[in-house]
Design a protein around this ligand. Structure first.
Ligand SMILES: [Zn+2]
Length: 252
């Protein structure tokens, strides 16, 4: 089994407003936008998230123009950060993806779901229902008739050594992913259950939709990582990002 970490661009954000309220308010930093590809031993391709929609390469304000949030976040996406290009670098096309794990429906995680009409798309039922019932999520990006969603409820093994972990709090029904690699050992992809190491170190869940659930989900991942000596990958941590191996290199 292999794990590829896909570089899908950056966002220039107000650190305090977007990640850690009370720490770095007004300070601008670049955060990574990330997807993951897991290749199983039986030759299946599992993609986790699809990054920001490629229209932002030419128009960084495509999503937030005219909204207050535009002052807090600017997309910085190059042509090579397109999911199609990143998959191409490892010899794959969208049609080769068997399963798309959709962790949640924020614009930086579901931007190019429309490409993956051939894949089974796995999402927590709570996440899907909450997002379809709210105008806070970009339905034009994920609620499309040609996409084949399959509902998952709670922790679920989806392939030998690949497990979805229900980690609500960031949004209802957010999910993280655990992968057991032969050489590297266990890896936990926290996604937005933990934005950065600082969120855990300072117990700061101020921008999460449900702070109590977010704290419980994050603690669970930290404890699981400790118990299993797993590598814990945060969702948008620039310092950790600098240390990670990116595709076409991989972890096995
Ligand atoms: Zn995110």
């Amino acid at each position: 089994m292999r794990l590829y970490i896909l570089d899908l661009g950056r966002c220039d954000v107000d650190k305090g407003a977007v990640l850690t309220p009370g720490s770095g308010d007004g300070t601008r930093i670049d955060i990574p936008i990330v997807g993951y590809l897991i290749q199983t031993d039986d030759g299946r391709n599992l993609l986790v998230d699809t990054g920001i929609h490629r229209k932002h390469i030419a128009d960084p304000l495509a999503t937030h123009r005219g909204k207050p949030f535009a002052k807090l976040l600017t997309v910085k996406m190059r042509p090579e950060d397109d999911i199609e290009r990143r998959l191409g670098e490892i010899g794959l096309r969208a049609e080769d993806i068997d399963v798309l794990v959709s962790t949640h429906f924020h614009f930086d995680h579901c931007g190019n779901h429309a490409d993956f009409g051939r894949a089974r798309i796995l999402v927590q039922r709570e996440c899907y229902e909450a997002a379809r019932g709210s105008d806070r999520f970009p339905r034009d990006l994920f609620d499309l008739p040609h996409l084949r969603y399959e509902m998952v409820e709670g922790d679920t093994e989806i392939a030998p050594g690949v497990r979805l972990l229900e980690t609500s709090g960031h949004v209802p029904g957010h999910q993280s992913v655990q992968v057991r690699l032969p050489r590297t050992g266990p890896v936990i992809l926290a996604i937005d259950a933990i934005y950065t190491a600082e969120n855990v170190e300072t117990d700061n869940w101020g921008v999460y939709m449900d702070q109590d659930r977010a704290r419980a989900s994050a603690r669970r991942l930290v404890e699981l990582a400790r118990a299993e000596r797993a590598m814990l990958v945060y969702g948008h941590d620039p310092a950790q990002w600098a240390t990670l191996r990116k595709a076409p290199a991989y972890y096995d």
